[in-house]
Design a protein around this ligand. Sequence first.
Ligand code: MLZ
Length: 265
Amino acid sequence: QSDEFHWENYLKETGSLGAPSECFRQSKVPPANEFKVGMKLEAHDPRNMTSICVATVVGITGARLRLRLDGSDNRNDFWRLVDSPDIQPIGTCEKEGDLLQPPLGYQMNASSWPMFLLRTLNGSEMAPATLFKKEPPKPPLNNFKVGMKLEAIDKKNPYMICPATIGDVKGDEIYITFDGWSGAFDYWCKYDCRDIFPVGWCRLTGDVLQPPGTQVPITKSIAKTQSSLPKAAPHSMPSPQKTAIILPTQQIRKSSRIKPPLHTS
Ligand code: MLZ
């Protein structure tokens, strides 16, 4: 559809380039998502990463699973890639001599946990081991450069994957800035973080890519995004986003979005 967000036009309009796929800790061909809603698996509790819990797949979105910990409420769902090291088949924990733990915020009395566990697993559909994919290797170096475009998970709204720009690079860390938003969602992360993807990821996986925000005008990069920034003092250069020429935003709006997002949160 002509009203949707299209990276091709957007990169042209903003005079920018997507970060090369080798920069990311993601498989070049996104892993197949063969999970089904209702399947059970083991997952690290995101609120208490040392404990391993039973989780149910409550949704499928691209190469990710929407997960809910059994015995927890429906307000703490989380999302994991099918090649995430945080998930594993039911039985892995026991094989390694560990015990499955109740989730943080387990609704019932702790003494009911062993029986709850038995009941929740009894007759359930357990995700077969073949559905879990191996985590891709870490790229040896941080090759991200300021100004490169990418798709990134909004950590405050983790179901959303949004168009983003590398705003800064410091050692192994990169600063993710969200296009069209004034900074409230931006964050630092390691270059090998699993929450960032090359341009085109969502199109390949069938996940939903959000359109850029409308809070701040989309700007045109004046610096070349690749290899044009001096290696010696990369941080003395203002970021291309900040020194940019303002594009005719009306035109972008028309060609890149259906309707303005709701400013609700
Ligand atoms: N409900 C929020 C979503 C913002 C998402 C921003 N992502 C970078 C809002 O509209 O403010």
